[in-house]
Design a protein around this ligand. Structure first.
Ligand code: AMP
Length: 277
């Protein structure tokens, strides 16, 4: 496995490879990330993983500085999961101080849900992913449905800019108790983790109501809010949106995302479930 820190090194190495799959990450790898690597291995002979905590997608009062960076452990996981190349650039490599600023934005998708609560977040995500795509030139790239809005925005960016890259969404991997795996779960104290379980519980109960025939989203959202409020979680939003346009849905007659964002103590957690009639 090659560990590369500069764009020049990646370009030289990339030229030697044929079809390449990319899994972009911020590191602190868990089984969710490893499932993307696994999916990537099944679709391409070579797999690259980027590990980069991207400053431009964090707000000023967010957790950029304290975000976990266990690089040695991450590299061991990449190695044992058959990754060919890890790209781990310094911030200055990706964003030289003298570089001209550039914004890639898809406002109709980036200003709702997470975008409303984290202004500028998806501009940072699109900026870094577009750069990673140009640096690594993957044929196919893998993203988790855990960050559904991000997956949808990247797919839309690739389509809008005619990037010749297949975007694949992978299912959310959960701990045995239902909590969606996230690098940020490491911030949770045991009693916070217990509270956080009501997020997946709320989604599960709403999915059950959907399966038993409920199509009015206000009923599903009320159920979810109730479950979350029982544990006194701070709700940023609970929403039902069209899986493609991310516009609010009142009656479900097409694939719809039930999306939750909450704060448990200082930790912000998101999760979602897709319901399809
Ligand atoms: P991150 O390192 O948090 O930026 O995530 C890197 C990639 O892993 C993104 O495409 C995420 O959506 C994906 N991911 C994060 N958590 C999970 C999970 N629990 N299951 C599946 N994919 C995930």
């Amino acid at each position: 496995m090659k560990l590369l820190h500069t764009i020049a090194e990646v370009r030289a190495e990339r030229d030697k490879l044929g079809r390449l799959a990319l899994v972009p990450t911020m590191g602190a790898l868990h089984a969710g990330h490893l499932s993307l690597i696994d999916a990537a291995r099944r679709r391409a002979p070579h797999v690259a993983v980027s590990i980069f905590v991207n400053p431009t997608q964090f707000g000023h009062n967010e957790d950029f500085n304290r975000y976990p960076r266990p690089l040695e452990q991450d590299l061991a996981k990449c190695q044992s999961n058959g990754v060919d190349m890890v790209f781990n650039p310094a911030v200055e490599e990706m964003y030289p101080p003298a570089a001209t600023d550039i914004v890639v934005d898809l406002p109709s998708l980036s200003t709702v849900l997470e975008g409303k609560h984290r202004p500028g977040h998806f501009k940072g995500v699109c900026q870094v992913v577009a750069k990673l795509f140009n640096i690594l030139r993957p044929n196919i790239a893998f993203f988790g449905q855990k960050d559904y809005q991000q997956l949808r925005i990247i797919a839309a960016m690739v389509e809008a800019l005619n990037m010749d890259i297949e975007i694949v969404g992978c299912p959310t991997i959960r701990d045995a108790d239902g909590l969606a795996m996230s690098s940020r779960n490491a911030y949770l104290a045991p009693e916070e983790r217990e509270k956080a379980l009501s997020i997946s519980r709320a989604l599960g109960i709403a999915q059950g109501e959907f399966r038993s025939g409920v199509r009015q989203t206000n009923r599903l959202l009320t159920t979810m809010q109730k479950v979350l409020l029982e544990k006194h979680l701070m709700i940023d939003y609970v929403a039902a949106v069209d899986a493609t346009s991310l516009r609010p849905v009142e009656v479900i007659n097409a694939p719809t995302v039930l999306a939750v964002a909450t704060r448990v103590g200082k930790t912000r957690l998101i999760d979602n479930a897709i319901v399809e009639p």
